[in-house]
Design a protein. Structure first.
Length: 362
């Protein structure tokens, strides 16, 4: 397959995906829109952690902390301070970056399991603050999230908006906002990975000493990537807060950080597309099991004797992580690439087997 043919095929696929994403709010019900928005917010956060862990090789167990900073900073700045919601969202992402910057000296010096244990402290400290600083966080009950208002357009159920006879509520409006945010986040990360910073990050991941000998400032890059990853987490926190319409401390725990690590391992380490695929897998699976659990064996509502949908989801993508580590080092993205390369070979073999035998051999 020539380069031009591959480019045309890739453009056709991306065009179809874009058209389907834009048309989705006109055909999907609220459950699927909310599930898709959760997947978008998870994909933004997964891209951030993939820059840190997948591309640079720095293990972090505290990604959920930066989502909490972004979500609660947005609520506080828009509700208590009274800032316009777009400005509050930008400052919330900046606040996550500042939190990552305060931790970046440690991130620049530690690596591997040592950094993972250090970032784990962020989760425990953050949970303590979220539960006890009730005047800011609302404590156990959390706080309501003000809807985004951009250029006079409110991303809420009112005022009523009808497009092509389809009523556009908060989910339909947030759908397009989520697409724009995810697209911008993916393009920026893709540019970073394909440029000189990406080469330096991969060099640090593959061989830290060799990277230092080649002139790469290892500690500075580690600290910088940690800040960028933190800002991605803050952006994901703002988006998930807008979708949930309420932020509660229980959501931003250690399990959320482990979910993000599962996303990038399952999807594919070190790539933007792998982060998006893994985020879709991990975030959609519990929602689908919750909705269709009655039709599945051994899956039942909590307390009824079976495995709850949330537990079943964790078992399944835990098994997926083990499978990927043992048999698919490139994750689901690597599997898709293998299948794409195998299809032309299979066609060639079929054509060769079906070709008529030469006359000289008859």
């Amino acid at each position: 397959m020539s380069r031009r043919t591959r480019w045309i095929a890739s453009a056709a696929v991306w065009g179809a995906v874009t058209a389907g994403a834009v048309a989705a709010p006109f055909y999907l019900e609220g459950f699927w829109l909310q599930t898709g928005l959760f997947a978008m917010s998870a994909a933004v956060g997964a891209i951030g952690i993939n820059l840190l862990t997948g591309a640079t090789g720095q293990l972090s167990l505290g990604h959920a902390f930066f989502l909490a900073v972004g979500a609660y900073a947005y609520v506080y700045l828009s509700s208590d301070v009274g800032l316009p919601t777009p400005l509050a969202a930008v400052l919330a992402v900046a606040a996550s970056g500042v939190a990552g910057g305060l931790f970046s000296p440690i991130a620049g010096r530690l690596k591997g399991a040592y950094l993972g244990i250090a970032t784990l402290a962020l989760i425990f400290g953050g949970q303590h603050v979220l539960f006890n600083a009730e005047t800011v966080t609302g404590g156990y009950n959390g706080r309501a999230v003000p809807p985004m208002e951009l250029f006079g357009f409110v991303f809420a159920d009112s005022p009523e908006v009808v497009v092509f006879d389809v009523p556009f509520g908060s989910l339909e409006r947030l759908w397009f906002l989520g697409l724009v945010v995810l697209g911008c986040a993916a393009l920026f990360a893709r540019g970073v990975l394909r440029g000189r910073p990406g080469l330096a990050m991969n060099a640090i991941r593959d061989h830290e000493i060799a990277a230092g000998v080649m002139g790469v400032p290892v500690a500075r890059y580690r600290a910088g990537v940690f800040v960028v990853s933190s800002m991605y987490g803050g952006l994901a926190g703002v988006l998930v807060a807008l979708v949930f319409q309420r932020v509660v401390p229980d959501y931003f725990g250690i399990l959320l950080s482990l979910d993000y690590l599962a996303m990038i391992v399952i999807g594919g380490l070190g790539s933007v597309a792998g982060a998006v695929i893994g985020a879709a897998f991990v975030s959609l699976l519990p929602q689908l099991l919750t909705r269709y659990g009655d039709a599945l064996p051994l899956v039942a509502a909590p307390g009824s004797g079976g495995v709850s949908p949330a537990e079943a989801a964790r078992i399944l993508y835990g098994a997926a992580v083990v499978t990927v580590v043992l048999f698919l080092p490139g994750g689901l993205l690597g599997l898709a690439s293998r299948l794409r390369r195998a299809i032309p070979r299979i066609k060639e073999l079929r054509w060769a087997n079906s070709a008529p035998e030469p006359a000289s051999r008859r």
